[in-house]
Design a protein around this ligand. Structure first.
Ligand code: SF4
Ligand code: FES
Length: 238
Protein backbone atom coordinates (compact mmCIF):
# COMPACT_ATOMS: atom_id res chain seq x y z
CA UNK A 1 0.00 0.00 0.00
CA UNK A 2 1.57 3.27 -1.11
CA UNK A 3 2.13 6.19 1.25
CA UNK A 4 -0.04 9.27 1.29
CA UNK A 5 2.16 12.00 -0.14
CA UNK A 6 1.49 15.60 0.75
CA UNK A 7 2.90 18.15 -1.64
CA UNK A 8 3.47 21.83 -1.05
CA UNK A 9 4.09 23.50 -4.40
CA UNK A 10 5.11 27.07 -5.14
CA UNK A 11 2.49 28.88 -7.19
CA UNK A 12 2.88 32.21 -8.91
CA UNK A 13 2.07 33.42 -12.38
CA UNK A 14 4.01 36.59 -13.31
CA UNK A 15 1.25 37.34 -15.83
CA UNK A 16 -1.20 37.62 -12.94
CA UNK A 17 0.80 39.84 -10.55
CA UNK A 18 -2.25 40.71 -8.47
CA UNK A 19 -2.27 37.11 -7.17
CA UNK A 20 0.67 36.93 -4.72
CA UNK A 21 3.10 33.98 -4.57
CA UNK A 22 1.87 31.16 -2.33
CA UNK A 23 2.49 27.51 -1.44
CA UNK A 24 -0.38 25.26 -2.53
CA UNK A 25 -1.03 21.86 -0.93
CA UNK A 26 -1.95 18.69 -2.89
CA UNK A 27 -2.44 15.10 -1.69
CA UNK A 28 -1.52 12.06 -3.77
CA UNK A 29 -1.26 8.30 -3.28
CA UNK A 30 2.25 7.00 -3.96
CA UNK A 31 2.50 4.29 -6.63
CA UNK A 32 5.40 1.85 -7.26
CA UNK A 33 8.30 3.46 -9.13
CA UNK A 34 6.71 6.91 -8.92
CA UNK A 35 9.02 9.77 -9.88
CA UNK A 36 8.34 13.43 -9.20
CA UNK A 37 7.72 13.77 -12.92
CA UNK A 38 4.93 11.17 -12.71
CA UNK A 39 3.53 12.75 -9.54
CA UNK A 40 3.43 16.23 -11.06
CA UNK A 41 1.69 14.96 -14.18
CA UNK A 42 -0.86 13.15 -12.02
CA UNK A 43 -1.49 16.32 -10.03
CA UNK A 44 -1.95 18.28 -13.25
CA UNK A 45 -4.21 15.68 -14.85
CA UNK A 46 -6.36 14.83 -11.84
CA UNK A 47 -6.22 17.77 -9.46
CA UNK A 48 -5.08 21.01 -11.05
CA UNK A 49 -4.64 21.60 -14.79
CA UNK A 50 -3.27 25.09 -14.13
CA UNK A 51 -0.02 23.83 -12.53
CA UNK A 52 3.04 24.85 -14.58
CA UNK A 53 6.26 22.80 -14.74
CA UNK A 54 8.68 21.76 -17.49
CA UNK A 55 9.67 18.42 -18.96
CA UNK A 56 10.56 17.07 -22.40
CA UNK A 57 12.41 13.76 -22.24
CA UNK A 58 11.47 12.31 -18.80
CA UNK A 59 14.79 10.43 -19.01
CA UNK A 60 17.38 12.79 -17.54
CA UNK A 61 18.52 13.98 -20.95
CA UNK A 62 16.90 17.34 -21.76
CA UNK A 63 17.61 19.06 -18.41
CA UNK A 64 14.31 20.92 -18.36
CA UNK A 65 12.70 19.44 -15.21
CA UNK A 66 15.16 20.81 -12.62
CA UNK A 67 13.56 22.24 -9.47
CA UNK A 68 14.18 22.53 -5.73
CA UNK A 69 12.95 19.44 -3.91
CA UNK A 70 12.85 19.73 -0.12
CA UNK A 71 15.63 22.33 -0.33
CA UNK A 72 17.89 20.51 -2.80
CA UNK A 73 18.23 21.07 -6.55
CA UNK A 74 17.20 17.93 -8.42
CA UNK A 75 15.69 16.74 -11.68
CA UNK A 76 12.05 15.72 -11.25
CA UNK A 77 12.22 12.87 -13.74
CA UNK A 78 15.20 11.26 -11.97
CA UNK A 79 13.83 11.63 -8.43
CA UNK A 80 11.86 8.72 -7.00
CA UNK A 81 9.28 9.73 -4.41
CA UNK A 82 10.25 6.68 -2.33
CA UNK A 83 13.60 8.38 -1.67
CA UNK A 84 11.86 11.44 -0.19
CA UNK A 85 9.91 12.15 2.97
CA UNK A 86 6.16 11.89 2.51
CA UNK A 87 5.95 15.68 2.78
CA UNK A 88 7.41 17.11 -0.44
CA UNK A 89 8.04 20.82 -0.90
CA UNK A 90 8.73 21.99 -4.47
CA UNK A 91 10.12 25.37 -5.49
CA UNK A 92 11.35 26.68 -8.85
CA UNK A 93 15.08 27.14 -9.45
CA UNK A 94 16.25 30.61 -8.41
CA UNK A 95 18.45 32.82 -10.67
CA UNK A 96 16.48 32.04 -13.86
CA UNK A 97 13.48 33.98 -15.13
CA UNK A 98 10.28 32.55 -13.68
CA UNK A 99 7.73 31.55 -16.32
CA UNK A 100 5.23 30.37 -13.71
CA UNK A 101 5.01 28.00 -10.71
CA UNK A 102 7.90 25.50 -11.17
CA UNK A 103 8.73 26.53 -14.73
CA UNK A 104 11.79 28.70 -15.35
CA UNK A 105 13.51 29.90 -18.51
CA UNK A 106 17.05 28.51 -18.49
CA UNK A 107 17.33 29.00 -22.26
CA UNK A 108 17.71 32.78 -22.10
CA UNK A 109 20.42 32.46 -19.43
CA UNK A 110 22.40 29.82 -21.33
CA UNK A 111 22.06 31.67 -24.64
CA UNK A 112 23.53 34.78 -23.00
CA UNK A 113 26.29 32.66 -21.45
CA UNK A 114 27.21 31.03 -24.76
CA UNK A 115 27.26 34.40 -26.52
CA UNK A 116 29.38 35.87 -23.75
CA UNK A 117 32.06 33.18 -23.93
CA UNK A 118 31.83 32.72 -27.75
CA UNK A 119 31.25 29.04 -27.13
CA UNK A 120 32.03 27.69 -30.54
CA UNK A 121 35.23 26.46 -32.23
CA UNK A 122 37.31 29.40 -33.41
CA UNK A 123 39.48 28.46 -36.38
CA UNK A 124 40.90 30.15 -39.48
CA UNK A 125 40.93 26.91 -41.47
CA UNK A 126 38.72 27.27 -44.54
CA UNK A 127 35.88 24.79 -44.87
CA UNK A 128 36.64 22.21 -47.55
CA UNK A 129 33.87 19.60 -47.91
CA UNK A 130 36.18 17.37 -49.99
CA UNK A 131 38.80 17.04 -47.28
CA UNK A 132 38.66 14.23 -44.73
CA UNK A 133 37.67 15.20 -41.20
CA UNK A 134 40.40 16.36 -38.86
CA UNK A 135 41.19 13.31 -36.70
CA UNK A 136 41.46 13.48 -32.91
CA UNK A 137 43.02 10.99 -30.56
CA UNK A 138 40.75 8.84 -28.39
CA UNK A 139 42.20 10.55 -25.34
CA UNK A 140 41.29 14.03 -26.62
CA UNK A 141 37.86 12.87 -27.68
CA UNK A 142 37.07 11.24 -24.34
CA UNK A 143 38.18 14.31 -22.37
CA UNK A 144 35.99 16.56 -24.53
CA UNK A 145 33.10 14.12 -24.29
CA UNK A 146 33.25 14.24 -20.49
CA UNK A 147 32.75 18.01 -20.48
CA UNK A 148 30.20 17.82 -23.32
CA UNK A 149 27.89 15.72 -21.16
CA UNK A 150 26.50 18.93 -19.62
CA UNK A 151 22.78 19.14 -20.43
CA UNK A 152 22.41 22.78 -19.33
CA UNK A 153 19.88 21.90 -16.65
CA UNK A 154 20.91 24.95 -14.60
CA UNK A 155 21.27 23.04 -11.33
CA UNK A 156 24.91 24.04 -10.80
CA UNK A 157 23.98 27.68 -11.39
CA UNK A 158 20.99 27.59 -9.05
CA UNK A 159 23.05 25.77 -6.39
CA UNK A 160 25.92 28.24 -6.45
CA UNK A 161 26.13 30.60 -3.47
CA UNK A 162 28.25 32.97 -5.54
CA UNK A 163 25.75 33.22 -8.41
CA UNK A 164 23.05 34.05 -5.86
CA UNK A 165 25.05 37.10 -4.75
CA UNK A 166 26.71 37.97 -8.07
CA UNK A 167 24.36 37.24 -10.93
CA UNK A 168 27.01 37.99 -13.57
CA UNK A 169 29.23 35.07 -12.51
CA UNK A 170 29.74 32.58 -15.37
CA UNK A 171 29.14 29.72 -12.97
CA UNK A 172 30.35 26.13 -13.18
CA UNK A 173 28.52 25.41 -16.44
CA UNK A 174 30.25 28.35 -18.14
CA UNK A 175 33.70 27.46 -16.83
CA UNK A 176 33.13 23.81 -17.71
CA UNK A 177 32.43 24.86 -21.27
CA UNK A 178 35.57 26.98 -21.40
CA UNK A 179 37.48 23.88 -20.21
CA UNK A 180 35.88 21.87 -23.02
CA UNK A 181 37.07 24.44 -25.62
CA UNK A 182 40.58 24.55 -24.13
CA UNK A 183 40.76 20.78 -24.60
CA UNK A 184 39.75 20.95 -28.26
CA UNK A 185 42.74 20.93 -30.66
CA UNK A 186 40.60 22.55 -33.38
CA UNK A 187 40.08 25.74 -31.36
CA UNK A 188 42.89 28.12 -32.27
CA UNK A 189 42.37 30.67 -29.52
CA UNK A 190 45.39 31.39 -27.35
CA UNK A 191 45.22 31.23 -23.53
CA UNK A 192 45.58 35.05 -23.56
CA UNK A 193 42.28 35.36 -25.45
CA UNK A 194 40.57 33.10 -22.93
CA UNK A 195 42.08 35.15 -20.16
CA UNK A 196 40.46 38.27 -21.63
CA UNK A 197 37.15 36.39 -21.60
CA UNK A 198 37.18 34.91 -18.11
CA UNK A 199 40.14 36.38 -16.20
CA UNK A 200 37.86 38.66 -14.18
CA UNK A 201 35.98 38.64 -10.90
CA UNK A 202 32.92 37.56 -12.88
CA UNK A 203 34.83 34.61 -14.33
CA UNK A 204 37.49 32.32 -12.93
CA UNK A 205 38.22 34.58 -9.92
CA UNK A 206 34.62 34.60 -8.73
CA UNK A 207 34.42 30.99 -7.54
CA UNK A 208 34.78 30.50 -3.77
CA UNK A 209 35.02 26.70 -4.09
CA UNK A 210 31.84 26.02 -2.14
CA UNK A 211 31.27 23.16 -4.61
CA UNK A 212 27.50 22.80 -4.36
CA UNK A 213 27.69 22.76 -8.18
CA UNK A 214 29.56 19.47 -8.20
CA UNK A 215 27.57 18.04 -5.27
CA UNK A 216 24.28 18.60 -7.09
CA UNK A 217 25.15 18.13 -10.79
CA UNK A 218 22.81 15.28 -11.84
CA UNK A 219 25.36 14.10 -14.41
CA UNK A 220 28.12 13.85 -11.81
CA UNK A 221 30.42 16.10 -13.85
CA UNK A 222 33.80 16.72 -12.15
CA UNK A 223 33.28 20.49 -12.09
CA UNK A 224 35.94 21.18 -9.48
CA UNK A 225 38.60 19.35 -11.51
CA UNK A 226 37.47 21.17 -14.65
CA UNK A 227 37.76 24.59 -12.99
CA UNK A 228 41.24 23.70 -11.71
CA UNK A 229 42.13 22.62 -15.26
CA UNK A 230 41.00 26.01 -16.61
CA UNK A 231 43.02 27.86 -13.97
CA UNK A 232 46.08 25.75 -14.75
CA UNK A 233 45.76 26.25 -18.52
CA UNK A 234 45.48 29.99 -18.07
CA UNK A 235 48.59 30.01 -15.92
CA UNK A 236 47.14 30.64 -12.46
CA UNK A 237 48.42 27.34 -11.07
CA UNK A 238 51.83 25.96 -12.03
FE1 SF4 B 1 23.47 20.74 -15.11
FE2 SF4 B 1 25.84 19.63 -14.43
FE3 SF4 B 1 25.60 21.02 -16.73
FE4 SF4 B 1 25.53 22.31 -14.41
S1 SF4 B 1 27.29 21.17 -15.25
S2 SF4 B 1 24.16 22.68 -16.12
S3 SF4 B 1 24.45 20.83 -13.09
S4 SF4 B 1 24.56 19.10 -16.20
FE1 FES C 1 14.26 15.82 -19.43
FE2 FES C 1 13.84 15.53 -16.80
S1 FES C 1 12.34 15.73 -18.37
S2 FES C 1 15.72 15.78 -17.83
Amino acid sequence: MGRNLSFEIFRYNPNQPTRPPRMQPYQLKETPGMTLYVALNQIREELDPSLMFDFVCRAGVCGSCAMIVNGIQRMACRTLTKDLLSHIRLMPLPVFKLIGDLSVDTGVWFKALNTRISSWIHTDLPFDPKKTEQPMSNRETMAIYEAERCIECGICIASCGTVLTRKTFLGAAGLNHIGRLLLDPRDQRKPRQYLDLIGTDEGIFCCFEMMACEDNCPLGLPLDVQMEFVRRKLGFIV
